[in-house]
Design a protein around this ligand. Structure first.
Ligand SMILES: NC(=O)c1ccc[n+]([C@@H]2O[C@H](COP(=O)([O-])OP(=O)(O)OC[C@H]3O[C@@H](n4cnc5c(N)ncnc54)[C@H](O)[C@@H]3O)[C@@H](O)[C@H]2O)c1
Ligand SMILES: O=C(O)[C@H](O)COP(=O)(O)O
Length: 599
């Protein structure tokens, strides 16, 4: 017995009008992901036929540039103003930046849809407007691993330099002084270091601090305790971390919830004389509050590589404070890290431009490579069902409510439908609008257009080897150009399956059909009687239109039947009229599976 489970529900908003006749702008390409990327991967992106152009807006290692040049025209333009960047971007398919370039909404708007990928040559993506990127269907990738060790080493360098007053003493010696008593430092061994943010950099800092004989604790709401335990670190609450530490090292991303996490209130909870290192982001500290805490002696010293405003103003009280040492965002700046980052980001950007997705996508759900391979034929089916369904809607109807039903023997957790849903949305929206839809912006675009997609699972008995038995797409509360596409329950209904790796349409309304989804489709309702296949076939033959597939589904012998005909060429209006003029034919519709739709 089949069992039904409703999986998700989306909220309605204004209707999608079928009257839009704007031109098509792009196509999808789907490629297997290269083996070297072991991690979670995926994208379907707009395909780019000409050699793409990559704008490199900040200095990038030579090896990365060479990789890019093999595939694209590379424009290295550094120190662009915001206006210059917006002007240039409309000629670029990809943009590569470090932390010094703001990739704002204006940049995506100015690109007029050409910008497909933003590559952040580093970890932090707080300088990229991710919401805008997603809205514009632009993939954002970063290079999350190549500078980890460099950042951790810089954190340790700052920790030791701060504890022993290296920077102040150096400046003093260079000014001709010899102040051995003034620069007595503090020892690290035996002291407690609280690492806030136990991710890649945080855990490397912790490992190194353990080697220096420090007692290391960490706070990270998302880090697994066993990973911490494995390097001898206890995960503790935020309050415990900050109140017991002699040294605090910050390693979390800058997000709305980490912004100014060190502030007057939290400084007040710290041990008097605590020392702070920040190689994460300036914005995680309230810098004015830090100056107050330094003046009050609550914080004895701070070593900072990052600042709320970079570069900070020359008269910044924080920078000029005697107990502060500062570096100009150098955490990732080693020769080795920059070569690694350049290669990592160049590979990710080239992969994305080719229609692949690096494992480092920041604003797209990631689908494991093996799942992608398995779902590939269903991805094609999903998009085509979306295309057919929307073309069956009568002009002027607003498409608002779409129900997708997946029939599968797999348990719900074992079938990732995000990709299929994205492709159905693409199929529903692209034929009738100018937008291009991909995995990055599918849900956003649907919501923006008032498309409410509900997904439902029918769990079948049988072997879970095949990921899916069928996909059904229903559009409710609309009229149809082909009345037979309306099911008994009143929705436009199309259903399909994959047979021998090829997508097939297997149901239209209440009629069972079987036609492979290649080329285009003619659906024709007629009175079931002998000779109909021959009559339609000979009209198409006379016009040199090749029939790829033909099937007839009927309610009962000599009653109504729906003929589904797959055609390789597009029949002209006169050909369709000739078929429509056959006396037994009651209605007829031509549906395109590719390109722009003429409704
Ligand atoms: N100074 C530099 O040049 C430099 C170089 C590399 C990285 N960074 C910065 O260092 C930071 C860490 O980089 P990473 O590669 O380790 O990133 P990561 O994603 O591996 O680690 C970040 C960790 O912070 C944790 N986190 C998130 N919110 C938190 C919160 N409220 N409290 C505590 N922990 C929280 C996450 O769970 C994660 O484990 C980022 O801000 C990055 O931009 C700076
Ligand atoms: O987030 C990062 O990767 C670091 O802050 C490095 O930034 P950078 O590329 O500007 O040096």
């Amino acid at each position: 017995m089949a069992m039904k489970t409703t999986l998700s529900l989306r909220t309605p908003s204004p209707s999608l009008s079928l009257s839009s006749k704007l031109p098509f702008t792009s196509a999808f390409s789907l490629r297997p992901f290269p083996r070297r990327h072991r991690n979670l991967v995926f994208i379907v992106s707009a395909s780019i036929n000409a050699k793409p152009t990559v704008l490199v807006a900040e200095k990038l290692g030579e090896a990365g540039l060479n990789l890019l040049k093999e595939f694209a025209n590379v424009d290295c333009s550094y120190n662009l103003t915001a206006e210059e960047l917006c002007t240039k971007i409309s000629l670029c398919d990809a943009l590569i930046v470090r932390s010094g370039t703001k990739v704002s909404r204006d940049v995506f708007e100015s690109s007029a849809g050409r910008l497909k990928v933003v590559g952040r040559a580093g970890v932090g993506i707080d300088n990229v407007d991710l919401a805008a990127a997603t809205e514009f269907g632009c993939l954002v990738v970063n290079a999350p691993t190549a500078n980890t060790v460099a950042a951790a080493e810089h954190g340790i360098a700052l920790l030791a330099a701060m504890a022993r007053n290296v920077a102040q003493a150096d400046a003093s010696v260079k000014s001709g002084k010899w102040l051995r008593n003034k620069y007595v430092g503090v020892s690290l061994v035996g002291k407690t270091l609280a690492v806030l943010g136990f991710g890649k950099v945080g855990s490397e800092v912790a490992r190194r601090a353990k080697g220096l004989g420090m007692h290391v604790i960490a706070h990270d709401p998302y880090a697994p305790a066993d990973r911490a335990r494995a390097i001898g670190v206890d995960l503790v609450s935020f309050d415990e971390a900050i109140s017991t530490a002699d040294f605090i090292s910050l390693h979390m991303p800058l997000t709305p919830s980490t912004a100014k996490v060190l502030n007057d209130e939290t400084f007040a909870k710290m041990k008097k004389g605590v020392r702070i290192v920040n190689v994460a982001r300036g914005g995680v500290i309230d810098e004015d509050a830090l100056v107050r805490a330094l003046d009050a002696g609550t914080v004895a010293q701070a070593a900072l590589d990052v600042f709320t405003e970079e570069p900070p103003s020359k008269d910044s009280k924080l920078i000029l404070h005697e107990q502060v040492i500062a570096t100009p965002h150098l955490g990732a700046s080693t020769t080795e890290a920059q070569e690694g980052v350049a290669i990592e980001i160049a590979e990710a950007v080239v992969g994305a431009l080719r229609g692949e997705l690096a494992a480092t996508a920041v604003n797209a759900p990631m689908v494991p490579a093996e799942v992608l391979t398995e779902l590939k034929p269903f991805v094609d089916l999903a998009e085509k069902l979306g295309r057919l369904a929307v073309q069956l809607v009568a002009g002027g109807s607003g498409v608002k409510t779409v129900k997708v039903t997946y029939a599968s023997s797999r348990a719900p957790d074992d079938l990732d439908t995000r990709l299929l849903r994205a492709m159905i949305i693409k199929g529903l929206i692209e034929p009738i609008s100018s937008v291009f839809v991909n995995l990055v912006n599918a849900d956003f675009t649907a919501k923006q257009r008032g498309l409410r997609i509900t997904e439902e699972r029918v769990i079948l008995d049988g072997s879970p080897e095949n990921p899916l038995e069928s996909i059904q797409v229903q559009i409710a509360n609309v009229e149809s150009r082909f009345a037979s596409a309306i099911s008994d329950s009143g929705e436009i209904k199309v259903e399909g399956r994959v047979k021998d790796g090829i997508a097939h349409l297997t149901r239209v309304g209440s009629f069972e059909v079987d036609v492979s989804l290649e080329g285009s489709i003619i659906l024709c309702r007629q009175v079931d009687q002998p000779g109909m296949i021959g009559k339609v076939g000979s009209i198409l033959g006379q016009e040199n239109i090749n029939v790829s597939f033909m099937s007839v589904g009927r309610t009962a012998p000599r009653k109504q039947a729906v003929m589904a005909i797959g055609v390789d060429e597009q029949p002209g209006k006169e050909v369709l009229k000739k078929i429509g003029d056959i006396p037994a034919v009651e209605e007829l519709v031509f549906l395109k599976l590719q390109d722009k739709v003429v409704t």
